[in-house]
Design a protein around this ligand. Structure first.
Ligand code: HMG
Ligand code: MG
Length: 303
């Protein structure tokens, strides 16, 4: 049976200021980050992951997160969120008046250890007081699960490794589960297989898909998710992104490419492609490399 996908509004989270800028070699000046977030606020996306409250020793690129949050112009209706790895990060995020927090663990022990210096079980324990505090403060919580399909250290990851983590995060009170293809290696059949298992645990409305695009299958994966009834996706302006603890990973699926593919497939998505390109141009001027987005590339070749 064909369901009418066009009826369901798409909820896009722009992760460029966080996933994008955490992976740049050079440290971008705070004012440039603020201007980038402000430009993204004009695109029509629902949510912007504006930075991270992680250890500045691990991710020096985002050490100025408090200042970024203090200086951005918040547009009413847009959620400005941030990564929070522990209680210390939560208090910093609260002080910065984030609208939502994201905790993050993985389906692979080796990746989790390298990324947040904890076993999966330890990370869940670490999140307990964080999620409890977020609930007290009435802040929504997203729970990322990295390496849902492939791990740079352990290889292929089975859905049976992902499901217990989904269950544990739900038991903590996380509102939304973000299934993440950290190294951008998944293909649509793997996405459908994982969704078959995950959607037995929670409703489509609480699942977000976070694809990196290393092997060029990111857009195909987004469309596969959409056809499965998923309406929440992460994307990064220009296709920036990657995790410094996931060797070989390239950028997130580009916001321009996701908007182009979904809008032209008839999805209900009111994001202004020209404004996304304008935001990408703003950050591109401060990077020493071309942006990977295909749609942005077409625009550049014509202008
Ligand atoms: P740790 O190394 O186990 O050490 O950190 P710790 O907790 O004992 O703290 C060590 C030092 O860091 C101490 O300072 C703490 O105060 C400080 P010192 O006493 O040495 O001066 N510290 C902090 N400072 C500020 N804010 C904090 C904080 N926490 C500790 N919140 C920790 C454990 C989890 C904090 C660390 O490993 C960390 O920050 N990891 C984050 C790594 C990261 O951000 N990775 C990229 C994001 S995840 C990603 O990209 C994947 C995703 O996109 C989805 C996907 O694609 O898969 C989300
Ligand atoms: Mg990521």
């Amino acid at each position: 049976m064909r369901i009418n996908l066009a009826d369901k509004p798409i909820y896009l989270t722009e992760v460029g200021p966080r996933d994008g800028l955490q992976n740049e070699k050079e440290i971008i000046p705070t004012e440039v980050k603020v201007a980038f977030v402000n430009a993204l606020s004009r695109t029509g996306v629902s949510e912007i992951e504006a930075s991270s409250f992680v250890s500045p020793k691990k991710i020096p690129q985002l050490a100025d997160s408090s200042e970024v949050f203090q200086k951005i112009e918040r547009v009413p209706g847009i959620i400005y969120s941030a990564l929070v790895p522990n209680a210390q990060g939560f208090e910093r995020a609260l002080e910065a008046k984030v609208n939502k927090i994201a905790v993050f663990t993985a389906a692979s022990e080796t990746f989790n250890q390298k990324n947040i210096n904890a076993t999966i079980a330890e990370s869940i324990e670490r999140f307990k007081p964080v999620v409890a505090r977020a609930k007290q403060e009435k802040l929504p919580v997203r729970g990322y699960i990295s390496t849902c399909f492939h791990c740079p250290y352990e290889g292929k990851i089975a859905p049976s490794a992902v499901i217990p983590i989904v269950q544990q995060l739900l038991a903590l009170g996380v509102d939304e589960i973000v299934l993440s293809d950290t190294i951008g290696k998944a293909v649509p059949t793997e996405v459908r297989t994982l969704l078959d298992a995950v959607l037995k645990q929670l409703s489509q409305e609480r699942v977000t898909l976070h694809f990196h695009d290393t092997y060029g299958t990111g857009i195909a994966n987004v469309l596969a998710g959409w056809e499965y009834g998923i309406s929440r996706f992460d994307a990064s302006a220009g296709g920036l992104g990657g995790c410094p603890y996931a060797p070989g990973a390239s950028g997130n699926v580009a916001t321009e490419d996701v908007v182009y593919a979904l809008q032209n497939s008839g999805a209900k998505l009111s994001v202004d492609l020209n404004q996304v390109i304008a935001a990408s141009q703003r950050i591109a001027a401060h990077l020493q490399k071309p942006l990977p987005s295909r749609v942005y590339g077409v625009y550049r070749s014509k202008n």
